[in-house]
Design a protein around this ligand. Sequence first.
Ligand code: ADP
Ligand code: ZN
Ligand code: MG
Length: 479
Amino acid sequence: MSETTQYETVIGLEIHVQLKTVTKMFCGCGLSFGEPPNTRTCPVCLGLPGALPVANAEAVHYGLMIGMALGSKLADRSIFHRKNYYYPDLPKGYQISQFDEPLCLGGQLGDVRIHRVHLEEDAAKLVHVGASGRLHASDASIVDFNRGGTPLAEIVTEPDLRDATAAAEWLRMLRTTLRALGVSDVNMEEGSLRCDANISIRPVGQAEFGTKTELKNMNSFRFIERGIRAEVARQTAIVQGGGRVEQETLHFDPRTEQITSLRSKEEAHDYRYFPEPDLTPVGITTEMLDRARAALPELPLARAERLEREHGLSEESAHLLAFRSELGDYFEAAYAGNGGVEPQPLANWIANELVARIGADVDPKDSKVAPGALAKLVSMVGAKEVTGAGARQVLDKLVADGGDPAAIVEAEGLGAVGGADSLGPIVEAALAANPDVAEKLRGGDMKPVGVIVGYVMKETKGRADGKEVTRLVREQLGL
Ligand code: ADP
Ligand code: ZN
Ligand code: MG
């Protein structure tokens, strides 16, 4: 392949979501939230001989809700398989997972098709202790079985993503959807949402996929983007050097940007899957489906469509408010308290000015700016009672101390200077002070009108409306 060949990236994601059930997937142990190690265990999740699993109905319920939210085809009957492999975090020597009869098949979220969603149990947590650690041995791994047996939904996408940013963005959309469902904490740092990325490259225009590698367990959105980029760069260098990408499972170290091989990729037959003989098939009844359907909240994509339809918001704004649900809630509260406000400017003020002041990670309902106060401020801008610049100053005050925008405008003398009566003389003075500019304007060249606007803004301390000033300039010059 020549050096000028352009490559396209192909990505499919496998996402593990810890389900927020009361008990574990196959036993009565409660889920663990930082309890002392090995205090949430029983013979079942420790894999002791003779202990028998029972499938958690609440996990099946959550799995059905996820499938419905993703538009999957839900199974009538679903069965569990044993996935056999040896590792210290897996006391039975196998993981109970699903194989050829998963709970949900197919589906779609945004532009990405879903391959399947199945249920399984989480492994225990390995804690690696080095020479300076608590153990005296020079190096050791100790096992905390509290996490072992936690219910997981594994969501597998089709290879529909084409770059690292799109992958991270899509994962955010999935996270918001799962959060709206209330089935998981979906916290990447804490491990309740974990993502493996399957990555390949192919020459642009080629239909067949290239050989993929799998980047394991990235635990933040930033690392996912960086990891995928690093892996694409690695594969591109291999192919451009005349080599071939090996199918393997890889680890990305975000500190060093190094990618290392964990193992050559295993095939399904390596796991010797067979049906779990200790569990009966799960029959999905109409009652179960009805219950899952009734539990579905309004999902972010549906909310985005509704915001567009009901309020005439742009697609971009509607999407942002729907997928940052705290902004959407704030918008709807502000709108409900002030029917006169224009929805699109309100959305813009929330998404831009308010978020810029309180920070992207703060829920605006926890700020000092009451939704009604922002709605009022935005309507005052609409009614030209205050200019955009003046309103931004008012918002600074609201963010710092709260309060009523009209009172702040009054107290700070931020009311707009408008109309021919008050602005006219200032525009006249501006033209008189800039005869060369006035000359150009008269000649039909409107470019230097900014000089006049600037002069008026300075005189009015930013309380004039630029458009109004331009209109008065035209009027006074008879243009
Ligand atoms: P495997 O049998 O190796 O597990 P699957 O076909 O089950 O592979 O796919 C696992 C994941 O890898 C899915 O998310 C899928 O979309 C993705 N995937 C499959 N082939 C490719 C490829 N060539 N490039 C990138 N991702 C891929
Ligand atoms: Zn247990
Ligand atoms: Mg697979």
